[in-house]
Write a new protein. Sequence first.
Length: 215
Amino acid sequence: MTKTFQRSLLAMALALSTSAVHAARIDSSELKVTGSLEVPACTVTAGDDGSYSYGTLNPSDIRPGTAINTLAVLTKPWKISCEGDTYLTFKVIDNAEATRSVVAAENFGLGSVNGTGKIGFYTVNMRNPKVNGVASNLFSTNTTAIVRASVMPLRQNDYVTGWAQAGANVQQIGKLFEADLDVTATLAGTQTMNGAITDDVPLAGSLTLNFAYGL
């Protein structure tokens, strides 16, 4: 084999080798997906700032012994307005839980009297639910059960309450959530109050509604 032919083969091999290296080179570019998940701000508005007043009660409103007296229902409208579409739920904390004269998840304390005596309890019913002005349903759930209805008693002990689509087992999303909250107070009897009341005693029921909203 002549040297000239050998040089030609070598040159061809180098050329092929260089072409293979060039073909194996990879350029890259990044694809980006951007955007943001923004939780809208919400504002809670309640009739009379959420204050339910029975005014001044009469001595005759208190029954002797263990008899109770259920007072009239007081109703206030509640609205939660959000800047954007969101789901909305809430939990209830009874700030006077230890003063309930009858212990139950839907009963809330009215305060103490005569030392360890208990004034009674009250309940709160949620009704006329609406989302964006349209009638909806309500749901209430804890770790073991879920209830759906158009009227729902508020419950403590880790119950979560919110708005659901009417006729469907689906949580409702919207910007404006509405409902009426009905309060019904029940006065305990003199035995539960530890005797007769000789001084002015205010009803001291207090709930905290912790609202949770987000996508």
